[in-house]
Ligand binder design. Structure first.
Ligand code: NAI
Ligand SMILES: CC/C=C\C[C@H](O)C(=O)/C=C/C=C/C=C\C=C\[C@@H](O)C/C=C\CCC(=O)O
Length: 261
């Protein structure tokens, strides 16, 4: 499906899953703003992408998702350059159980901040034209992952926030769909030096390596394809899509109000 005429904002866009998403969006004719803290990497990537897809279709914005001021300015610059925002991929995240407050700040607060700032431009009840917001959760957002409790908590938060926002949007008429992507292990930079990232849980690194061996590892492009499905399929709202080597699966959550349904 062509996304011609649509504009996307991707956080954590320079490497890994974010970078794969940027490429698939450009391949499908969207204009893309890349937000990241990696300024030099972002500038050189954007120059290369500009040569391939047209420099008018790609924009790098130096932005730390922990900073309200930088994030707000980045959305404004994206709107100034492209006219509107239709697609937001709140993807920036880290895994570090030692600096756990930073993990919460980037992985959860960054997603909430990105969502609220995006709504200022997209919300139909405030003059926006609607769209879709995809947040990066994880399989660690669906079940407990004992080697990284804080990372697990942030990803559960992302999944729950996304589902609640989907309901809030429907009830309130925002015209914005919300979905979460929940990958298993993905071959990226984040998936390196695991013992150090686990901090006080580094003694669980061997058990984690066994889990990785059992589950297998996917590529960033496989995740990007799953995200694209939730971007383009207008029936998808409030979904959590798990992505693993054996395939994709939309998660069914228990109905807590009418448990027998
Ligand atoms: N790699 C994996 O196995 C999995 C990763 N995820 C999630 O996917 C998302 C992306 O992770 P990866 O691509 O694996 O990581 P990565 O480390 O390859 O890329 C992360 C990108 O985010 C940027 N970034 C980091 N902090 C930032 C900040 N404060 N503001 C803006 N940009 C920032 C980095 O510069 C980098 O470009 C994260 O939310 C992660 O939790 C989810 C499931 C599995
Ligand atoms: C060490 C963490 C490596 C990468 C983190 C990556 O960012 C990520 O999010 C990967 C998640 C992969 C999760 C895979 C399976 C998770 C399963 C759990 O939800 C429950 C299953 C088993 C529990 C085993 C345990 O360690 O407690």
């Amino acid at each position: 499906m062509s996304l011609r005429g649509q504009t996307a904002v991707v956080t954590g866009a320079v490497m890994g899953i974010g970078r794969a998403m940027v490429e698939i969006l450009l391949q499908n004719d969207a204009k893309v703003a890349l937000l990241d803290v990696n300024k030099s990497g972002g500038e050189s990537l954007t120059e290369a992408l500009g040569k391939q897809y047209g420099s008018q279709n790609v924009l790098f914005l130096d932005c730390d998702v922990e900073s309200e001021e930088q994030f707000k300015a980045a959305f404004k610059r994206a709107v100034d350059a492209f006219g509107q925002i239709d697609i937001v991929f709140n993807n920036a995240g880290i895994l570090n159980e030692a600096t756990w407050e930073k993990t919460v700040s980037i992985n959860l607060l960054g997603v909430i901040r990105g969502t609220y700032l995006a709504l200022e431009h997209m919300n139909k009840t405030h003059g926006g034209r609607g769209g879709v917001i995809i947040n990066t959760g994880s399989m660690a957002g669906l079940g407990p992952f004992s080697c990284c409790p804080v990372y697990t908590a942030t990803k559960h938060g992302v999944v729950s926030f996304t589902r609640a926002m989907a309901s809030a949007s429907t009830v309130s008429g925002y015209g914005v769909r919300f979905n979460a992507v929940c990958p298993g292990f993905v071959q990226t930079d984040l998936f390196s030096n695991i013992p150090i990232r686990l901090g006080q849980y580094s003694h669980m690194a061997d058990a984690t390596a066994q889990l990785v061996k059992k589950m297998g590892v996917i590529t960033p492009s496989q995740v990007a394809e799953a995200v694209l499905e939730m971007v383009t399929d207008e029936t998808k709202n409030g979904e959590a899509l798990m992505v693993m080597p054996k395939g994709k699966e939309y998660i069914t959550f228990p109905n807590l109000i009418s448990p027998n349904k």
